[in-house]
Design a protein around this ligand. Sequence first.
Ligand code: NDP
Length: 367
Amino acid sequence: MATTSRREILGGLGAGMVLAGMATRAGAAPARKIGYAIVGLGSYATRQIMPNFAGCEHARLVALVSGTPAKLDQYGAQYGIAATHRYSYADFDRIRDNPDIDVVYVVLPNSMHAEYSIRAAQAGKHVMCEKPMAVSVAECEAMIAACRKAGTKLMIGYRSRFEPYNRLAIELARGGHVGPTRLITAEHGFPARPDQWRLDRPLSGGGSMMDIGIYSLNAARYLTGEEPVSVSAVETTDKADPRFKTVEDRISFLLRFPSGIVANCISSYSSSHNGYRVIGTQGWIDMEPATPYQGQSMSIRKDGVTTPRTLPPAAKNQFAGQLDHMAECIVNGTTPIVPGEEGLADMRVIEAIYRSAAERREVAIRA
Ligand code: NDP
């Protein structure tokens, strides 16, 4: 494949030129797509992200980073990644010398996000990082600062923002389709299986809230388009359950927004939930399930009538959509719709949720 240097891409080739590719010059050569390195070949990376490069117009998988040599062999062979483009964590910083890598996508346990995002930025690469962005506000701020200093983009893997039903829900909720929003309910949870890093605080940074409750929080924020001013949270964790020695199980939290909207949210590691409802003065918008990998379902009640809302199949799924979005932002010099600041905003609220639960009081959230 003909490749274009990173300098050429960032230094002036127009989007059309890059995305239409070098085919015009090289004849049969395929389009130059933005190259991704995936860091951490776990469940999400290998089952959801990597297969979906196939549906991308502007992004391609060019490199792998793993601590497990057998995975580098297996996925390297499966995706046609040359040995020169396979890295261990120890030699991760050598990505600096690989011009095929434009973006480093960090899909590691949460407490490793900040380190690898910052090292990627220091290697001159754009950064895509999974949710939660990191495990503290301080880490999120350090990641933003590192990317700003390096002049690279930073995007957080909030895939629902590229999913058509969620996009429609945002449009309808913010547009007042069922009247001005008064209340949002949002629930996310699943029974956590034992013996995994998610239940080990040094790797996860927290329990259900960091992992799955963040979907309730993020939805409340994207459905309102507002930042919460305070939170009241209650944690319920059975410390006799061996899964919850170091992290929380359930947290209920109530967010107050500047316009007067209230969001009543649930996060759980011991029960299954996936949905939200936006309740306005004239009805509601219901999403159940709201944020799975596929199969979203929406119904709307307005003026006393409930109607299911079905969208035609999307040309591109949410995974390919987010990968392509970052690629287009790089080519066009624009800011991702879910930049580092979006992950930081969630983390500010998560820290306030934990404080509220610990101190058993309503906590103000600083902007
Ligand atoms: P996995 O446990 O399946 O994979 C994590 C991978 O990280 C491992 O396979 C391993 O890959 C690497 N790793 C490096 N160091 C460690 C360590 N000390 N302990 C465990 N793994 C290590 O996790 P997931 O793929 O489910 O989650 C990864 C990230 O993706 C998390 O931040 C999570 O929140 C996020 N996620 C996001 C989803 C979404 O829908 N947006 C869905 C699921 C997860 P290797 O062997 O290659 O080194």
